[in-house]
Design a protein around this ligand. Sequence first.
Ligand code: KIV
Ligand code: ZN
Length: 521
Amino acid sequence: MVAQPDRVMIFDTTLRDGEQSPGCSMTRPEKLRVARALAELGVDVIEAGFPAASKGDFDSVSAVAREVHGPIICGLARCNAGDIELAAKAVAAAERRRVHVFLATSAIHRQYKLNMAQDEILRLAAEGVARARALCEDVEFSPEDASRTEIEFLAQVVEVAIAAGATTVNIPDTVGYTVPDEFAELFRYLRKNVRGIDNVRLSVHCHDDLGMAVANSLTAVVAGARQIECTINGIGERAGNCSLEEVVMALKTRAAFFNLATNINTQRLYPTSRLLSSITGMPIARNKAVVGENAFAHESGIHQHGMLKHHSTYEIMRPEDVGLQRSHLVLGKHSGRHAFRDRVQALGFELDEADLNRAFEEFKALADKKKELFDGDIEAIVLSAEGSAAGPWHLKSLAVEAGSAGPARATVQLEHSDGRSTEHSASGDGPVDAAFKAIEAASGIRVALRKFEVHSVSEGEDAQGEARIYVEYNQRTYRGASVSTNIVESATRAFLEVINRIEQAQAGARSREERIAATPA
Ligand code: KIV
Ligand code: ZN
């Protein structure tokens, strides 16, 4: 008889380790949308941020703790009193909360980063965990750079953390350096040599610098870890973190080998992955395992022939198991609200009535311009319906004159939510450049364009083009995205979204300053 599978907890750190990687920063409403999607996906823990990093981070973690129900909400803290108190405070409103304390332990970090001896690390770890435990029942401890720490010293640190009250001990491969056999050995060593280790949950946290984050996480669970830390689409520092969708589908697809179960509703994987990509603007590689565009595509004749005989010849997972319900059903201007809603649901999106109505209006407008609407079009409508930074500027009209000779000219009419209305024209090297310059003149915000890309979201001559723009302004990167059948219009709207994000950030900073000034000392 096969034993009942053991449960592995899925600890999602998309909003913390993922969000701190370049190009992945999110606003508070965006973090809330991702956190709600993670709760729906069925993750056990959401690491919502690093409250001591900034006031914005503290506020985002507090908002997730207040508003997202189901998973444990966790805040990260360095091993010092200030950080730990802020983390505990930020997660206080959650139904279930955790404080995650970390302290580097490897010789390299002790010498170059902390300038601390081993004794000092042991003392700080014990004090930090005890302090966190006094404020929160559920405390996780991570010896940062564990995989490069002297193994006997690592065992000592883990032991003092457990003695001080840690309920989960996480072993990070912070720099993505370890390899599967070595890492499994490390877990076995700790389980054999650390007093009290059977009373805590062992966790694994891997980075992908050598492309082994998923393999190293899987080997750790074989060696006894019962929590995996991971991120949607594997976003994270440098090459990223262990990818949630890959590690979960490996456990599910190879259940007979692992005999381990997670709480993840795998049909939510694809929509959650798309949502994150649309919010962060971080594209998913076509050949990305599980959620990439080609993950279930069969091109070669031999493979297609096999697939026609039986899908199991070349398919180890069914696309519908990860929520990829693609169909060749095409919608058009005669499709009704019912058909639209069915397609939206089949693609994995749950919209409330107001969002569905808004998306349906956009669908109708698009169907007037475009004969056939494919799944990519529907996804773009749904994601942009709630995704873009709404205002303060709105595009009332755009006119361009462009040809092969001479500069192009663009005229934009913008309206601001404070009632201002403005019209500006500019010349540029092509219609897109001219439109960007006209918007800069109208809004009074000048940016440095860093990246501009356009790709098609569906098929056919009248396919929609999605424009993505990254700019630098006051040493920060801002991004915008928009979709239209007219690529000059999508580029212009994407640029306007960038300007809106900058204005929103400026308004947020102003209101924070005002709040601080109004707070009694
Ligand atoms: O990679 C790492 O070591 C971390 C810790 C804070 C867990 O992210
Ligand atoms: Zn990490």
